[in-house]
Design a protein around this ligand. Sequence first.
Ligand code: PMV
Length: 364
Amino acid sequence: PGTIETRAPGKLFIAGEYAVVEPGQPSVLIAVDRYLTVTLSESVGHAAGSVHSPEYGLIPLTWTRGDSGLTIDREHHPYDYVMAVIGTVEQLRGELGIPARFYDLRIASELDDASGRKFGLGSSAAVTVATVHALDRFYELGLTARERFKLALLATIQVSPNASGGDVAASTFGGWIRYSAPNRATLRAQLDDRPLREVLSGDGWEGFDVARLAPPHGLRLLVGWTGSPASTERLVGGVRRSRRDSGVDYPAFLLESRGCVDDLVSGLDDGDDDLTLDALRRARRLLQRLGAQSGTLIETDRLARLCDTAEAAGAAGKPSGAGGGDCGIVLAPADADLTRMLRSWESHDIRHLTLSVHPPEGSV
Ligand code: PMV
């Protein structure tokens, strides 16, 4: 039996964070050229299989023989996203009448630093996307990129019910994309009482949209890492609670976020760098206001410095993703002098990650 190796790129949000958790609200993301790799080998010696990762060590997979043939035991595994993917793909395999086989999965990641701290480049999404792809090839399911995205999102929302899936889309499709999410509550409800095949091809995907964007021509992308890992779940929870206490004018926030993303997309489409930079700066201000109104620390001191020094150089900077740490992004005119910015980053422990956009993978 052969070995299958798949890799999925990390991602960065460019704009539309927080708003994108609402179905149909647009965001912009990129995939970056740092990768998570899954190596799958058929296990012949022992009829069980395993998952192996630097984070969790070796986890044996256990299977149960039931009415519908072999099913994988999903309880009690710490590697949630991988287990959710395995459970989801195994269900589809069963529905398609393909016999189960055993396998070992090995996970290796470039999305953490040498001491295992996460950069915040979407390692959960990358492991989900790479595992879906590996199992797709192993069972010869012949899924399209769109179907792999949908499977990966259905697995993701079993672990993280409110996740927008923007990171999953960026990691699946590569390049620069505009993304808006389907209603995950609707999909989760369908998962409970419909065959997976039907959910995949059914009508629960309203609001989901992905489109390719032209990368900016005259702008450079720079990424700074704050070195502090942030909890997306905690931050999104904080904003959600404040919405209930009506600390935030949420409809206005959604409208303005859409405006920023639309202008950003127009700037990219028309090669209008000034519009692109202006939209990014407005997106930063919008997140600052959301943070202030909801009492959530989105723009930490280090992220503020990262962005302020970019703006002082005539560029635009913004926290990427939920904020609270992780990475910030900068778009800078090709002729901007970034020496002072980079020097300031260095003296404030903001690490300049040298990475590029991972190219688009086929059509969306
Ligand atoms: O912090 P990240 O990179 O995981 O991004 C979170 C982005 C949010 O919009 C705040 C949440 C989501 O699920 O999209």
